[in-house]
Design a protein around this ligand. Structure first.
Ligand code: IPE
Ligand code: IPE
Ligand code: MG
Length: 239
């Protein structure tokens, strides 16, 4: 409990393959993934992990078959509405990152309502990455900074890592200390490219719909066994 990550980010992957394994349509996997979201959120709150970010829909996911995209969007609305009471009961604040303006209006409205309704909660923040893409986010940050230069509020040489980070959608959050990706895929898939610079990466074969609290504990224990050197040498860290 002494070395808990302050921010865990999760690439929730493998819903479709899990469903296929059960002889079910892909959407069946997405539906079952909701219980994993509940478990991981609850476990982080119980442990005292203050930030949890879940990659729920990437900008690239629009390219999936229309029926799957529609099903994912309705599932999102349904789940968000359904979970507001539990979030409030557990004192969890909901936030979202991504190109939210491009979401269907019903999804955006449900999301905004839940964000506003949980804004005062302070035990933990659950961040949903929705219509998120790290390259989109970084280009957007570059554009914001460029505009501030044009407006005379900033000079190019004043742009540093701090001001760049402050122009990202994650400005108010600490960088993730632990990234978990389920389903055995070993890639980042356009998630938090800037913020993951020094994050510990953890990959598991478990498909997202079967991910439970014990799987999370295992990932945290693995994280706790690692030496984070940040460019230094081991003796400098332990000494
Ligand atoms: C993750 O599971 C959920 C989303 C990307 C929305 P997938 O739907 O990617 O499932 P697989 O990777 O095809 O098994
Ligand atoms: C990443 O999963 C996006 C989410 C988990 C929301 P994908 O299943 O879309 O990633 P790729 O396409 O296999 O890299
Ligand atoms: Mg996938």
């Amino acid at each position: 409990m002494k070395r808990l990550p302050s921010h865990i980010a999760v690439i929730m992957d493998g819903n479709g393959r899990w469903a296929k394994q059960q002889g079910q349509p892909r959407v069946y996997g997405h539906r079952h993934g909701v219980e994993s979201v509940r478990q991981v959120t609850e476990a982080c709150a119980e442990l005292g992990v203050p930030w949890l970010t879940l990659y729920a829909f990437s900008t690239e996911n629009w390219a999936r078959p229309r029926t799957e995209v529609d099903a994912l969007m309705s599932l999102l609305v349904e789940t968000i509405k359904q979970e507001i009471d539990t979030l409030n009961k557990n004192n969890i604040r909901l936030q979202a990152i991504g190109d939210l303006a491009q979401l269907p209006s019903s999804t955006l409205e449900a999301l905004q309502f839940a964000i506003d309704n949980t804004a005062a909660n302070d035990r933990m923040t659950l961040v949903l990455a929705l219509n998120y893409s790290a390259r989109w986010e970084m280009v957007r940050a570059a554009r914001l900074l460029a505009q501030r230069c044009v407006d005379g509020q900033l000079t190019p040489d004043a742009i540093d890592e701090q001001s760049f980070a402050a122009a990202l959608t994650t400005a108010q959050m600490p960088d993730p200390e632990l990234l978990i990706r389920t389903s055995g895929e070993l890639r980042i898939s356009n998630f938090l490219l800037w913020q993951l610079a020094y994050t510990e990466l953890y990959f598991t074969q478990v498909f997202w719909p079967e991910f439970r609290k014990t799987h999370l504990y295992r990932a945290i224990l693995d994280f706790q066994g690692r030496e984070r050197r940040f460019g230094k040498i081991s003796e400098q860290i332990s000494g």
